[in-house]
Design a protein around this ligand. Structure first.
Ligand SMILES: [Zn+2]
Ligand SMILES: [Zn+2]
Length: 878
């Protein structure tokens, strides 16, 4: 007796997903063991922002490594996949400051303490949204080890790293020109800036040379910054300006005297070759200013408004309003020579898309070169491997040209910089705990107001989450991790920093493989966006088709190095695959007794030998594909094997064996299904668990069942060859049957013209299944096909075949039917022909659509020809 209840008639994903999702967690099947002596496999989840909502990019980035983890776990590894979320300073600020603004408040009005209280409250309320969505994806994460980048332990790790780097001189504070977003009101690192080409202007402005009638014209893209000019520069070898060396010019509007300096960095080809120098508002000018000891006059503040130094006419104006006013004023003064169109790259904030403002201020920096050198080496020597490989080029390009990293942010939500300033003597103290007073003069201290760049803390994710700075069992067992799956857009933000900080603080790489996901696009390969209205929501797909169908879709589309062209139809197709598996399993389970019979080698049918041979081959191929992260290849293999070999053929063959009462066939069927479920489990975890639990002798959970291994002894070339012949004959017979509308219930007489003696003998040995599966009343092997006019002929592999239905069709009715069908085909073909003759259509329709029509027309013509032949074969109406 089968003690377990029967499989439901149809597969309904929702209750199944809920049941097993809970079961896996309740049983702690994803909980890693730091003391296990099994080989370990570890990963840390790229922590989604606490503000995050699951999108298709996440779904991809989390499904693929889940496939690997589940596969490794079934192979007997002690797997840790550690989850967590990132505090995401800027994103949280944007959310909360927006809601404050609705009440007419700002963060400054409510103060730091109140702001942080609101932020924590917000986090408690909404921070769990993304994690519950992650669970619905079936990710096998160890939730008992969940971390948050601002939890106390992780915060201690962040402080420790800051203090250590400072003590070593690798963190310093400097008055520097940095990028600032006037909207987010914080500075940003170089890579948080997106450069976009904008149509701009080049304003040519005349500066009078002191003590002469002469003047010099300079060109600038930002005339408002001239209010902060402190010099004019020319190239030392530029003969046009040689006579101006050592002279002074007058800054228009401000009427200020400026020196003329010479510097090799001036581009003689830009504009007039003479340039204005604004050290407080341009990165190149900043360098020039430092070199030549120029004054730094700040005329634009951190919010993008003009300062007092810009002069009373401009103070308080927005930078873009000031630009218009400066131009107007220059025109009045006759100092505006001309305005040209000029396209150039302008930096924008990656979060809010505002135009970035260079901003001179005190900030904290990481001296990056010493860290970068090691991080370059471990990728060069192959210790860390990028998949696909070409991403390592992108990594090197950036690492070789890396700049010091500005890590202070003028925000409150985040890790506050552990630095204190003495009010009396200005001394800076950096420490793990707040010092009571200045250790030099005993004066009172103020802590730095800024927090650290979010990427500074997420850079410690692979070891900070495992308990560092304590030497925990977790750290010893699971670091370095094995795989990191992420998007190419955060190779610099995140991957590079994890490598640098991991090497620095653990002396070891943080992960061995970096798998870079493609972008999820729509079927026309457009980016998914709200404005295009082409977003496919993973939760909606799960709701409609089940998690397994979505996971399988993502795996099947994941070709390394390629973007994914996603469509809802594809997911619907894999739902059909899930249903196919379900129905096949129901058949197998209904034919199983409560205990699995033994497989007796001497009782194996040819079909049994064949499916075992194929199973072994597919198992080996699947292993190779997953080892190389070729998810698409693995998905394709298992899909075709299950659908087209196991369901379409083996189950049909097995029916013949079962009818004859073969216990061995019953056992092979059960074993094959068992293996298929285990092979499929990493891709489709829910349906496989549900079915597997119904198999006699199933263990606790498929999650920890052993992953099938290839069985070299099962390889059987002879069986594969013979079955191929059998399949060819049955397929061709079915094709002829369908083409001639012979109902399945009508039996056929089949003649096979003998081919080579080996093939003929092989096919003859399988007469029984051929007769059953092709619906034959007789099967005759003949030296020549009978010369019967009514014989329907075809070719199957090496054999020519001919068949006649037992029950002759009514020629009159058949002729009518065929003629009707012909007329229908002709009408349809004519419609497409007209379309294709229309030059306008061919020119304007997308190439794929035109091609589709051509293919369709070809098909119609081929079908028409076949129908015509069949019609001719019928005795003519007399
Ligand atoms: Zn911004
Ligand atoms: Zn002091």
């Amino acid at each position: 007796m089968n003690t377990k209840d029967e499989l439901a008639k149809a597969y309904d994903p929702k209750p199944v997903e809920e049941k097993w999702g809970r079961f896996w967690l309740d049983e702690g099947l994803f909980t890693a063991d730091a003391k296990s002596d099994k080989p370990k496999f570890s990963m840390v989840l790229p922590p989604p922002n606490v503000t995050g909502i699951l999108h298709m990019g996440h779904a991809l980035c989390f499904t693929l490594p889940d496939i690997i983890t589940r596969w490794k776990r079934m192979q007997g590894h002690n797997c840790l996949w550690l989850p967590g979320t990132d505090h995401a300073s800027i994103a949280v600020h944007n959310v909360i400051e927006k809601s404050l603004a609705e009440k007419g408040l700002t963060r400054e009005k409510i103060g730091r303490e109140e702001f942080l209280r609101i932020a924590w409250e917000w986090k408690a309320k909404y921070g769990g949204v993304i994690t519950s969505q992650l669970k619905r994806l079936g990710t096998s994460l160890d939730w008992s080890r969940e971390r948050f980048t601002m939890d106390p332990g992780f915060s201690r790790a962040v402080k420790q790293v800051f203090v250590s780097l400072y003590d070593e001189g690798l963190i310093y504070r400097d008055y520097f020109l940095v990028n600032r977003c006037p909207h987010c009101r914080t500075v940003l690192s170089d890579i948080e800036i997106e450069h976009k080409d904008l149509k701009g202007k080049l304003w040519h402005i005349r500066y009078a040379v002191e003590g002469s009638d002469e003047s010099v014209v300079v060109a600038t893209t930002r005339p408002e910054t001239m209010l902060g000019d402190t010099a004019l520069a020319v190239h030392p070898d530029d003969v046009r300006y040689a006579h101006l060396h050592g002279r002074r010019v007058v800054l228009p509007i401000q009427n200020k005297s400026l020196p003329v300096i010479t510097d090799e960095r001036v581009e003689r080809e830009f504009g007039t070759g003479a340039v204005k120098v604004t050290p407080a508002h341009d990165p190149v000018d900043f360098e020039l200013g430092k070199k030549h000891g120029l004054e730094q006059v700040i005329v634009i503040d951190g919010e993008g408004r003009m300062t007092e130094a810009a002069g009373p006419e401009f103070a308080g104006l927005d930078r873009f309003a000031a630009r218009a006013k400066v131009v107007e004023k220059l025109r009045e003064l006759g100092a505006l020579v001309k305005i040209e169109d000029h396209d150039h790259a302008v930096g924008h904030c990656y979060r809010c898309k505002s135009v970035i403002e260079p901003h001179l201020s005190w900030q904290w920096f990481v001296r990056i070169k010493p860290l970068a050198d090691e991080a370059i080496r471990v990728v060069e020597d192959g210790s860390i491997k990028f998949i696909p490989e070409n991403w390592s080029k992108t990594y090197f390009e950036w690492m070789y040209n890396i700049h010091d990293w500005c890590i202070s942010r003028q925000l409150w939500w985040g890790h506050r910089i552990p630095a204190w300033y003495c009010r009396d003597c200005g001394r800076i103290m950096v420490a793990m705990e707040a010092p009571e007073k200045c250790d030099k003069c005993g004066g009172p201290l103020d802590q730095d107001e800024d927090v650290l760049d979010t990427w500074f803390s997420s850079g410690l994710w692979p070891f900070g989450t495992l308990g560092w700075p304590d030497e925990t069992d977790d750290l010893r067992t699971f670091y370095p991790t094995d795989l990191m799956s992420t998007g190419f857009d955060i190779i610099f933000f995140w991957v590079a920093r994890m490598i640098m900080l991991g090497l620095k603080f653990r002396g070891e790489i943080p992960f061995r493989h970096v798998f870079i996901n493609g972008l999820v696009r729509d079927l026309k390969r457009r980016k998914m966006s709200k404005s295009e209205g082409n977003i496919i929501d993973p939760l909606e797909m799960i709701e409609k088709y089940g998690t397994d169908a979505l996971r399988f879709t993502l795996a099947a589309l994941a070709v390394p190095g390629m973007d994914l062209a996603l469509s809802e139809e594809r997911t619907a197709g894999y739902q059909a695959f899930a249903n196919k598996i379900w129905n096949a399993s129901r058949f197998v389970l209904m034919n199983l007794k409560s205990e699995r019979p033994e497989i007796r080698e001497d009782e194996l049918t040819l079909a049994d030998r064949w499916i075992r041979s194929r199973l072994s081959a597919v198992t080996a191929q699947l292993d190779a594909s997953l080892t190389e992260y070729k998810f698409y290849e693995a998905a394709d293999l298992i899909y075709h094997f299950v659908w087209h070999e196991f369901c379409d053929w083996y189950i049909e063959f097995a029916k013949v064996g079962l009818r004859e009462g073969s216990a061995t066939t019953e056992a092979v069927l059960a074993d094959a299904l068992d293996r298929i479920l285990r092979l499929l489990h990493p891709f489709m975890p829910f349906i496989t668990e549900e079915i597997w639990q119904h198999l006699p002798g199933a263990g606790k959970s498929i999650v920890v069942a052993p992953y099938p291994k290839a069985e070299p002894a099962w390889r059987d070339e002879a069986a594969e060859k013979t079955i191929a012949l059998v399949q060819a004959v049955i397929t061709e017979t079915r094709t002829i049957r369908a083409g001639n509308r012979i109902p399945p219930k009508d039996k056929l007489r089949l003649f096979v013209r003998t081919a080579g003696p080996e093939e003929t003998a092989a096919l003859e040995s399988q007469s029984a299944p051929v007769r059953t599966l092709a619906g034959l009343s007789s099967l005759e092997f003949v030296a020549a096909l009978p010369a019967d006019e009514g014989l329907l002929k075809g070719v199957a592999g090496p054999f020519e075949i001919g068949l006649v239905p037992d029950k002759p069709a009514d020629p009159g009715a058949e002729r009518d039917r065929l003629q009707k069908e012909l007329a229908k085909l002709d009408a349809e073909a004519a419609k497409i022909e007209r379309k294709l003759e229309n030059a306008d259509f061919v020119a304007k329709a997308p190439a794929a659509v035109v091609e589709e029509n051509r293919t369709r027309l070809g098909d119609l013509r081929a079908r028409r020809e076949k129908l015509g032949q069949n019609l001719a074969r019928l005795a003519p109406a007399s």
